[in-house]
Design a protein around this ligand. Structure first.
Ligand code: HPA
Length: 286
């Protein structure tokens, strides 16, 4: 297995140029939509759609529930670029390929990224249907080596050793909590742990992840956040809790992707209302 793949800045630029040539919009905020959350992109108005397969070097996503298209348009008072579906290393691609769209966003001038995902609830107080503001992450998949920042470092993108203690921007988190309060949307807060997947966790692993202090578990987000922070972008992360991770080895129910997608669709209106509120409350682009 190759641990990394070298992708050059010229390739990010090539993709960015291809995107710019197909839209008159100049987005300032990037949004990544997780499993079952695609419908959020339909809310964008005056939108241009670009399938990933028509963008140079973009990985096409193979996961059911991930559309695989870029949507660029207006949402609330902002011009946004929406990734309708993401790629994961478990599909058989490098982490550098997984974060390719994040680096393209940066080439397009985007400096704020909002990342969403479907996640299993580890915190016993969480229910399916809850929204969680990510206030920190445990990058288990990246700590053990599958980190998108492995390989030669391009100093023009970011430093060799980027800090991650401010990964989830405090001002954006405060804004999200304020907006949620104003809209009467309950917003949980917690730590997201990112695993390599694609298998769901065993009950023993679920109990281990709880011991680590994680509140929600998923198979994404960590690589994109590492890449975005390397580039100095501001990040806001939101998890939709689609299922309760099963900690009891004698339980008979099973975690499955259909359940995740169905709960994601149920969560979409609430998440959409929150995102609209957040985008409206965000300062106008400078
Ligand atoms: N585990 C891992 N990833 C997930 C889960 C889960 O329970 N739910 C949604 N994504």
């Amino acid at each position: 297995m190759t641990d990394y793949e070298t992708i050059t800045r010229a390739q990010y630029r090539e993709a960015a140029t291809a995107i710019s040539s197909r839209t008159a919009h100049r987005p300032t905020i990037g949004l990544i939509l997780g499993s079952g959350l695609n419908a959020l992109a339909d809310e964008a108005t005056d939108a241009d759609h670009i399938p990933y397969k028509e963008i140079p070097h973009f990985a096409t996503t193979s996961v059911v529930g991930h559309v695989g298209a870029l949507v660029i348009g207006r949402l609330a008072s902002q011009v946004v670029l929406i990734l309708q579906g993401r790629s994961h290393a478990y599909e058989g691609i490098s982490q550098q390929r997984v974060v390719f769209p994040v680096r393209v966003m940066h080439e397009l001038g985007i400096r704020t990224m909002i990342v969403t995902n479907a996640a299993g609830g580890l915190n016993p107080a969480f229910q399916p249907g809850d929204l969680m503001l990510i206030n920190d992450h445990i990058g288990l998949m990246a700590i053990t080596g599958r980190n998108p920042l492995w390989g030669p470092n391009d100093e023009t993108l970011g430093p060799r050793f980027p800090s991650m203690n401010t990964a989830y921007d405090l001002a954006l988190r405060r804004l999200a909590l304020r907006v949620a309060g104003e809209l009467g949307i309950e917003l949980r807060q917690g730590i997201y742990v990112g695993l390599g997947g694609p298998a769901f966790e065993t009950p023993a692993e679920v109990r281990l992840l709880r011991l680590l202090g994680a509140d929600a578990v998923g198979m994404s987000t960590v690589p994109e956040v590492l890449a975005a922070r390397h580039l100095g972008m501001r990040v806001l992360g939101l998890s939709g809790i689609t299922n309760a991770a099963i900690a009891n080895p004698d339980a008979e129910e099973e975690a499955d992707h259909e359940e995740v997608l169905a709960a994601g669709r149920t969560l979409t209106p609430k998440l959409m209302a929150l995102l609209r509120g957040i985008l409206t409350a965000m300062p106008e682009p400078r």
